[in-house]
Design a protein around this ligand. Structure first.
Ligand code: SF4
Length: 141
């Protein structure tokens, strides 16, 4: 792995596929990795992390990582820790709903305009966390 890649922040969304929360989180992560901070981030797949095989352990070992979990079970954060990833911070989609009480965000497969707004706001917050991580900011998790 190049030194440049070493400095990239690893992003890991949870795999929550049965609820809108998982979709919102994944879309936020994809927006950051694809549009907002493509040079500064890298993606890892939670399903591969869960296998804890040698390849993913080597890839994640000591890597500064931001997880985005759909619910308080925090599957992404817990499993990143199990393979040696260093959690910079963990964002939760449920928290993003706190400023959108009563929002109709959509379904597990499709977001409404409310859902896209929540996801975009989460992406903006995530992008700022990526900046903090790359600048060596304090970890808050
Ligand atoms: S954190 Fe919640 S939504 Fe995400 S994979 Fe785990 S149980 Fe599903």
């Amino acid at each position: 792995m190049s030194e440049k890649n070493e400095r990239k922040v690893m992003l890991v969304p949870c795999s929550g596929i049965g609820k809108v929360h998982g979709l919102i989180g994944r879309e936020a992560v994809f927006r950051v990795a694809g549009e907002l901070r493509p040079q500064d981030t890298e993606l890892a797949c939670l399903a591969e992390i869960v296998t804890q095989d040698k390849e993913i352990r080597e890839r994640m070992n000591g890597r500064l990582t931001i997880t985005v979990d759909g619910c308080p079970k925090m599957c992404a954060e817990k499993n990143v820790r199990l393979v040696g990833g260093e959690i910079f911070t963990s964002l939760r989609v449920v928290d993003a709903f706190r400023t959108h009480r009563g929002a109709q965000a959509g379904s597990a497969t499709e977001l409404t305009s409310d859902g896209w707004q929540i996801s975009d706001e989460l992406a903006d917050r995530l992008a700022l966390k990526v900046d903090e991580a790359r600048q060596g900011g304090n970890k808050d998790a």
